[in-house]
Design a protein around this ligand. Structure first.
Ligand code: ADP
Ligand code: MG
Length: 1165
């Protein structure tokens, strides 16, 4: 929602003077002061902005501020120059009204700053785009160029504009800038030759001398020292807070952006330099025969340099400073110039040159910034014209007169337009108009510009009049013609009123301007108005080869001699002011009235008297009165209703109907007396500020109540929303929990059921089995019982028969026997029968058993099937539940994400492994990134290591392999056994240290060797007599070692390797070793060798290697101990190694202790 604010919010004093109560000059000043003290430098009078110069930078021009004021109504926010710029820009863009912004005020009041603020605001809010931005940039960058050439430090302002400037900015229908046109008014050119005390010449001179490179200065024939130039005032050459050198760079850059060619810039600087040079030309008198003095150039150096710079023939210029040609009606006369006239001519030339250069710059800038498109433009004009100027002690001259005239005209247009606007608004709104009293300065304008008897007209008349014309004759003329005018005062007036006024000198006249009385010294009026430049000089300038110079002096062209006088300065100015006024009248005016709070150019000081003076002559209080005549305050109905609708129940919170009716209802409800307001067409007019303030007061009170109400409703709403949210969450949580509990319960019941089911099934199966078993047993029992019974029967029969037989013995024995036989036979039959019967019952029982087992199997099968069904059912249920579950949790997406994540992790992991090097020595391996990769990670590391070892081995040549094998062997022999070993690891085994093949010194020795030399080195042979060493050459081949003299190369000893029994070395870092020979061998007679070598490790390793590779001999033993025996001829000598102090130096030393002991002291490590 857009926040509606108003000018009336948080006001300091009143933001709009129209609301001032009571309205008088004192309260006006008090309000300005109050606001100024609170950093509120802008105050409105209706739509006019009053701007107080803060003399310090305030944080109110930020891009945020621009945004704040953009597209807001004028009275919506606190007063600001941006509000005025926005209003002007919008009515230009949206209502198609051309605008002008009139900025007035004293010198130093902040007009130029204000005009820049307006331009920068418009640039910030209008359209964007490459083309548009370029136009904007060119328009903005025209400022530094014009300021450098047209501004100067004065007593009132360190950056005072010494020319008037009106700039039309042109826009297309969308409001995008198309270009602009600048008009300049009356540059104060007298400043070029002479500056008042404490003031400076135009900035560009100082900027050029301080900022140009040495090279540029040399080309321009200039010197960096200001004091070398007559035209530069010295007392204030350096101004605090102005960095001339930096400004020079800014100006050059701006010229480039605006579109100046490099050559043009150079030409401009050459003319600036020429002006400085011109100032240094001095003259001396030379007596002539006719008794008159004629002027001559004193020191021709500057003249020469200037002529070189501009390409002028020196003699031509020199002559122009000494003679003057007067032409009249086909006649030419040459007169000489005296020294004073020569100086006058020189200064006139300098002034003309500079002011024409300035006009050329403006034209050139206009060429660059002019709008390209031919469509109709909308125009916004910004007028920054020199403010009213009054110097103390009557030091006001022609320039001040002209400036003040211009300000009178502006005041005139201000009065006209404000009144007209006010009146038009009343008519538009259908409100009755009441006449207002105010001072109209038209009478003063008339005094100056009237064509018959205006001051300017009389000055022109005087200048053109034949005969002697002086400033005094001009004053006389004024005294006669303007005597009656109520705003003209002069001592020699016919009007006796001023005869005794000593504040009015005889050579002065005084005008009562609307802004106060100003005393003008008449001296120089005629000259300045004539603005005479001798034709000889302009012709000399035209002869220059410098093309810009020729352009500036077109009247010097002999082909276009014009005998007519050029228009006077006053005439030209009046005409251009006339054009300007006409131009302004067609546009919608916006006023910025600048006020200077103090004369010291400092912040925080507010001088009441000074401000009061400005307020008075700007007619500001009158301006408020006009604005308030009848009604002090007006506001469109909509905004009024929006602001005060809470004061009445009927309009709050919404009024449905026309805003005007709403306001009517509202005001009636608030019982505001009817005479206090009037209803216009679109606005409500309030007569008295008091009424407005009462409404404001009531609004404030009402807003507090409303705030409480809003707060109450908001709190209720917030609590209810919170409660509903809690309730909703609770229902969701409960539903989830219930589902979870039911799921658990169901799972428990299901598993219990399964257990019970299996128990019951088991129990049933066992019952059936038991029954079947019982039946089987019954059948078996029956068979057995039957068999027993048959047996018993047979026996009983037998017994009876036996008894019968015994009883019937008498019958016949044969019978008996026969009977016996019969019985036995019978018995046999019975037995067979019985046996058959038994077999039948056994088969029966077996068949019954088979049937029972079959039954049991079937039952078991069934039980298993049912169990399987139950399991399948359980799985199917599980599947159902998971499917249900999946609906909620998008199991599929989860899987994809999972797969993708794993893929990415693996990818990243494998890429991460790339960092490992190929060196087998490299032990590093990235830390495992994830726990689940642990197995693969260690495996990969092992595989990778094996692979790179393989790669590494693959590069080895045979020789290299042999070298490494040797190194390996050395390690097997010495590692951790001899302290010398570690230092040898890094040394390559070179073998032939003596380079015996190549070195001619050893040629003989080499040829004596029968086999390839595996090692050749310099060793020390230790003398047993004193323990000293003497150098020997030590050579080793596959079958023997040789010791030779170092100098002659003569072989001293050659020992076949099979004769070598063992080698002894110490455990320490020394190089001593003993070669012990086999007892009884041919070489043993000379005794063992005690040697020392730097390459001990290599020698021993090579010896050992030969031992291992040769098949025909034993391995050579290597003893490592700190004490061993050496056989020297007959004696055995003990060699003992001790750790000596470092005093022995770095190498071990051997010393004979006694006949049987050699002591080697090895430096401790
Ligand atoms: N709005 C402002 N904020 C800060 N400083 C300002 C402002 N307006 C003017 N000034 C100061 O006052 C000096 C004079 O202002 P300027 O616009 O050159 O005066 P004028 O053109 O009226 O002679 C500036 O150089 C600047 O230091
Ligand atoms: Mg200015």
């Amino acid at each position: 929602m857009e926040v509606k604010t108003s000018l009336l919010d948080n006001m300091i004093g009143v933001g709009d003077m129209v609301l001032l109560e009571p309205l008088n000059e004192d309260s006006f000043i008090v309000n300005l002061r109050n606001r100024f003290d609170h950093n509120e430098i802008y105050t409105y009078i209706g739509s006019v902005v009053i701007s107080m110069n803060p003399y310090r930078s305030l944080p109110i021009y930020t891009p945020q501020k621009v945004e704040e004021y953009r597209n807001r109504n004028f009275y919506e926010l606190s007063p600001h120059i941006y509000a005025l710029a926005d209003e002007a820009y919008r009515s230009l863009r949206d209502q198609d009204k051309d605008q002008c912004i009139l900025i007035t005020g004293e010198s130093g009041a902040g007009k130029t700053e204000a005009s820049k603020l307006v331009m920068s605001y418009v640039a910030a809010v209008c359209g964007k785009g490459q083309e548009v931005n370029k136009v904007k940039e060119q328009l903005l960058q025209s400022n530094p160029v014009l300021e450098a050439f047209g501004n100067a430090k004065t007593m009132r302002n360190d950056n005072s504009s010494r020319f008037g400037k009106y700039m039309d900015i042109e826009f297309d229908f969308k409001g995008d800038p198309l270009g602009g046109v600048i008009s300049n008014y009356l540059l104060e050119k007298s400043r070029v030759c002479k500056q008042p005390r404490g003031e400076r010449n135009f900035h560009i001179f100082y900027q050029l001398l301080s900022g140009a490179s040495d090279d540029t200065l040399m080309k321009l024939k200039l010197d960096r020292d200001f004091s070398k130039y007559n035209y530069l005032s010295l007392d204030s050459a350096n101004v605090n807070g102005l960095d001339d050198a930096a400004s020079f760079r800014t100006v050059r850059n701006a010229m480039q952006i605006v579109g100046f060619m490099e050559a043009e810039v150079q030409s401009v600087l050459e003319l600036v330099a020429a002006v400085l040079k011109l100032g240094n030309i001095e003259f001396k008198p030379e007596s002539r025969v006719n008794g008159f003095d004629e002027s001559r150039v004193k020191d021709k150096n500057d003249l020469k340099e200037m002529c070189e710079l501009l390409g002028i023939e020196q003699s031509v210029l020199e002559r122009a400073f000494s003679y003057r040609t007067v032409e009249a009606k086909m006649e030419k006369m040459s007169t000489t110039l005296n020294v004073a006239q020569a100086y006058y001519a020189r200064d006139a030339l300098a002034k003309n040159l500079y002011s024409r250069l300035f006009s050329w710059l403006v034209t050139r800038i206009n060429e660059s910034i002019k709008a390209q498109a031919k469509t109709r433009h909308k125009v916004m004009g910004v007028l920054d014209i020199y403010g009213f100027e009054i110097f103390e002690e009557g030091d006001n001259s022609f320039e001040q007169f002209i400036i003040n005239y211009c300000n009178e005209k502006l005041q005139q247009i201000f009065i006209e337009l404000t009144l007209r606007e006010e009146q038009e608004e009343y008519i538009r709104e259908d409100i009755e108009w009441t006449n207002i009293e105010y001072f109209n300065n038209a009478i003063i304008c008339d005094l100056i510009e009237n064509n018959q008897n205006g001051i300017l007209a009389m000055l022109d008349e005087e200048c053109l009049r034949p005969g002697t014309v002086t400033d005094d004759t001009f004053l006389d003329k004024l005294n006669t013609i303007c005597a009656e005018h109520q705003h003209f005062e002069s001592r020699l007036n016919k009007n006796s009123k001023f005869l005794t006024d000593h504040s009015l000198p005889h050579s002065c006249f005084r005008i009562q301007h609307y802004a106060g009385k100003v005393l003008y010294r008449v001296e120089g009026f005629v000259d300045k108005n004539n603005d005479l430049l001798y034709r000889d000089l302009s012709q000399a300038m035209y002869k220059a080869t410098h093309s810009l110079m020729r352009q500036l002096f077109p009247e010097g062209n002999p082909a276009k001699v014009n005998l007519k006088r050029p228009p006077t300065a006053g005439f030209q100015f009046k005409a251009s002011v006339g054009v300007l006024m006409k131009n302004l009248q067609t546009k919608n005016p916006n006023y910025i009235r600048c006020i200077k709070p103090n004369d010291k150019k400092v912040a925080h000081i507010f001088t009441d008297s000074l401000v009061c003076h400005q307020v008075r002559y700007l007619g500001l209080v009158e301006n408020v009165r006009v604005r308030r005549a009848g009604y002090a305050f007006r506001q469109p109905y909509e905004s009024c209703l929006e602001r005060y609708k809470m004061l009445c129940k009927k309009t709050w919170p919404h009024w449905r109907g026309p805003a005007r009716d709403g306001v009517e209802v509202l005001l009636t409800d608030c019982s505001v007396p009817t005479e206090e307001f009037a209803y216009g067409r679109s606005k409500i007019f309030i007569r008295n500020p008091r009424t407005l303030f009462t409404l404001e007061e009531r609004r404030r009170a009402c807003l507090e109540d409303l705030a409480t109400l809003i707060q109450k409703i908001y709190r209720g709403w917030k609590s209810r929303t919170h409660f509903l949210l809690l309730k909703k969450s609770q229902v969701v949580v409960a539903a989830w929990y219930r589902r979870y509990a039911q799921q658990n319960k169901y799972q428990k019941i299901k598993s219990a059921t399964l257990v019970m089911q299996s128990f019951v099934r088991g129990w049933k199966a066992r019952n059936i089995l038991r029954q079947l078993k019982y039946e089987k047993r019954c059948k078996e029992a029956v068979t057995t019982i039957a068999a027993y019974w048959h047996g018993t029967q047979a026996r009983m029969e037998l017994r009876r028969l036996k008894t019968e037989a015994r009883n019937k013995r008498a019958v016949s024995v044969i019978w008996a026997y026969w009977q016996g036989t019969k019985a036995r036979r019978e018995l046999r039959h019975l037995k067979v029968a019985a046996r058959e019967k038994h077999a039948v019952s056994v088969i029966w029982a077996g068949w019954q058993g088979t049937k029972a087992r079959r039954e049991l199997r079937r039952l078991k099968e069934e039980a298993r099937r049912k169990h399987a069904v139950a399991i399948i059912w359980a799985y199917w249920l599980g599947l159902q539940v998971r499917r249900e579950y999946r609906k909620f949790f998008r199991a599929n997406a989860g899987k994809k994400i999972y797969d993708f994540t794993i893929q990415r992790i693996m990818q990243k992991y494998f890429l991460g492994l790339k960092t490992t090097t190929m060196s087998p020595m490299d032990n590093t391996w990235p830390a495992k990134p994830y726990g689940f990769l642990e197995g693969a990670h260690t495996q990969l590391r092992r595989i990778f290591h094996l692979w790179r070892c393989k790669k590494y081995r693959g590069q080895f040549t045979e020789e290299k392999k042999a070298v490494y094998e040797e190194k390996l062997e050395a390690s097997e022999i010495f590692k951790d056994k001899k302290a010398l070993y570690p230092s040898s690891v890094s040394q390559p085994f070179k073998g032939d240290y003596l380079e015996i093949q190549k070195n001619p010194k050893y040629q003989k020795l080499n040829s004596a060797m029968e086999e390839k030399v595996l090692l050749a080195d310099l060793v020390n042979k230790i003398n047993r007599a004193n323990g000293k060493g003497s150098p020997r050459l030590f050579l080793l081949t596959k079958s023997n070692f040789v010791l030779a003299d170092q100098k002659t190369g003569q072989v001293k000893a050659s020992v076949p390797l099979p004769d070598l029994a063992s080698v002894s070395v110490s455990t320490q870092s020394d190089g001593f070793f003993a070669l012990k020979l086999k007892e009884g061998s041919a070489s043993a007679s000379k005794g063992d060798f005690l040697l020392s070598s730097e390459h001990l490790i290599e020698i021993i390793t090579k010896l050992h290697r030969i031992g291992t590779t040769a098949a025909d001999r034993d391995q050579i033993n290597i003893d490592i101990s700190d004490e061993f025996l050496v056989q020297f001829k007959q004696d055995k000598v003990c060699v003992k190694f001790i750790q000596g102090g470092p005093k022995n130096g770095n190498s071990a030393a051997c010393k004979r202790k006694n006949n049987r002991l050699l002591e080697v002291s090895v430096p401790s490590p």
